[in-house]
Ligand binder design. Structure first.
Ligand SMILES: Cc1cc2nc3c(=O)[nH]c(=O)nc-3n(C[C@H](O)[C@H](O)[C@H](O)COP(=O)(O)OP(=O)(O)OC[C@H]3O[C@@H](n4cnc5c(N)ncnc54)[C@H](O)[C@@H]3O)c2cc1C
Length: 388
């Protein structure tokens, strides 16, 4: 087992770290307060090759793989969690189309997405189909040359600002999961409109909207894979997406930790820096241990995926542990700053608000437990014989 990043991975990490420190971190608070999504930032991420991390060069990407991507998302999240999240979703969708699409679809969508010319979004959730996503009801009815789509999707990250939407729709009323298909709908398609960007607890630099389909005609060539495969395609994408959210949460937690530790060195009470109190030293020791454990879990799941090994449980464990860890670390960072931590003039309260969404999206942490336990009972004794 090798824990050392390659020279190439270290160079990519440096590029992501520098970009996050110089171009994301100084603006994150303003974007959050003003609910600003910056397309220029996405364009810059395209120039820096962060938009096609799983797709080969031939189709505009760099194909650096899951582990390197996890390192990139971790670094970006240190600068702006909301930006790291939406670019991770963009990469997830780009790869979904590459994995399940055909060569014409690669030319049409994967190349502009991977090179950062277009932005992608993922649309599974509906008002009555969240954790039970297979209950979705947005309908795509077969017609001459394509589908007519009607219904409303909920909580779409980059809704309204994305150019390409991977949308899970019902093509067969008589089946549940097997009646779902994945179609690509492009911005500007007649019959597609967006709800207003939802004001949220955090993550306001990343718009979250409804997608509203009103007799929206989508050509048959926009179907990804076969009819009825959409639910498996959607879940497969989320498997990798969970590694990404885990990675973003590690970066966020590290940023909160570093801020709190630096503060604890400077803040004086009882005539000495508060970092000299053992009560805080032990807290920092516990938090650093959790961050390290989460990072290793996320990197491990990413490495398994790079090797083409099964990693459904490991990805879910990484997401579960890393997002709970980020909630704990950011909450304690507020505590370390005391009253100042509660103020908007310091960043830690924002980190804490960011952390909460990690426990909810790409499958709530209760659903991660469902996924993990389902995988465990496949193996006698709960352990994968090839791994442990
Ligand atoms: C900011 C934001 C961005 C999002 N981005 C996207 C996106 O880009 N694309 C997209 O498709 N969706 C997106 N979502 C939707 C998100 O994935 C869902 O909100 C999430 O999956 C939970 O669904 P729900 O909100 O309907 O909660 P519910 O499913 O109603 O769950 C409510 C509670 O019940 C619990 N629960 C439900 N079922 C079980 C069970 N079987 N066992 C134990 N507990 C259970 C849940 O864990 C939760 O605590 C986003 C959401 C937010 C808030």
């Amino acid at each position: 087992m090798n824990f050392k990043l390659t020279d190439e991975q270290r160079l990519i990490r440096k590029a992501a770290r520098d970009f996050a420190a110089k171009e994301l971190a100084p603006n994150a608070r303003e974007w959050e307060e003003t609910h600003t999504f910056s397309r220029k930032v996405f364009d810059r991420m395209g120039e820096l090759d962060f938009t096609g991390l799983y797709v080969p060069e031939e189709y505009g990407g760099t194909a650096v793989g899951r582990l390197t991507a996890a390192v990139v998302f971790e670094e970006l999240a240190k600068g702006c969690f909301a930006t790291a999240v939406y670019v991770s979703v963009h990469n997830m969708v780009t790869n979904l189309i590459y994995q399940h699409g055909n060569p014409e679809q690669w030319e049409r969508w994967v190349t502009p997405l991977a090179s950062g010319k277009k932005l992608a979004a993922y649309s599974l959730t509906e008002a009555d189909a969240g954790s039970d996503a297979a209950a979705l009801s947005c309908r795509a009815v077969r017609t001459d040359g394509g589908y007519v789509v009607n219904g409303t999707k909920l909580y779409v990250t980059s809704g309204g600002v994305a150019d390409v939407y991977a949308v899970m729709v019902r093509t067969d009323e008589n089946q549940k999961a097997k009646g779902i298909s994945t179609i690509v709908v492009e911005k500007g398609t007649p019959g597609l409109s967006y709800g207003p960007s939802e004001p949220k607890m955090g993550l306001n630099a990343s718009p979250t909207t409804e997608l509203i389909f009103n007799d929206c005609f989508v050509p048959a060539e926009n179907l990804i894979g076969q009819e009825g495969q959409g639910f498996n395609i959607a879940l497969g994408a989320l498997n990798g997406g969970r590694i990404n959210i885990g990675a973003c949460s590690v970066g966020l937690a590290q940023q909160a930790f570093d801020y709190a530790l630096t503060y604890a060195h400077k803040r004086q009470q009882f005539g000495r820096p508060i970092v000299s109190f053992q009560g805080l030293q032990f807290l920092f020791a516990d938090l650093a241990t959790r961050i390290e454990a989460a990072r290793l879990m996320v990197y491990r799941a990413a490495s398994l995926m790079d090797e083409g090994q099964p990693c459904v449980a490991e990805a879910a464990m990484g997401k579960l542990f890393a997002t709970d860890m980020a909630m704990k670390v950011t909450t304690e960072a507020v505590q370390v700053l005391g009253g100042y931590g509660y103020m908007r003039s310091y960043p830690v309260e924002m980190y804490m608000r960011f952390a909460k969404i990690g426990q909810i999206f790409e499958g709530t942490n209760q659903i991660q437990r469902v996924v993990i336990s389902r995988e465990l009972i496949k193996y006698k004794g709960g352990k994968r014989p090839d791994l442990y």
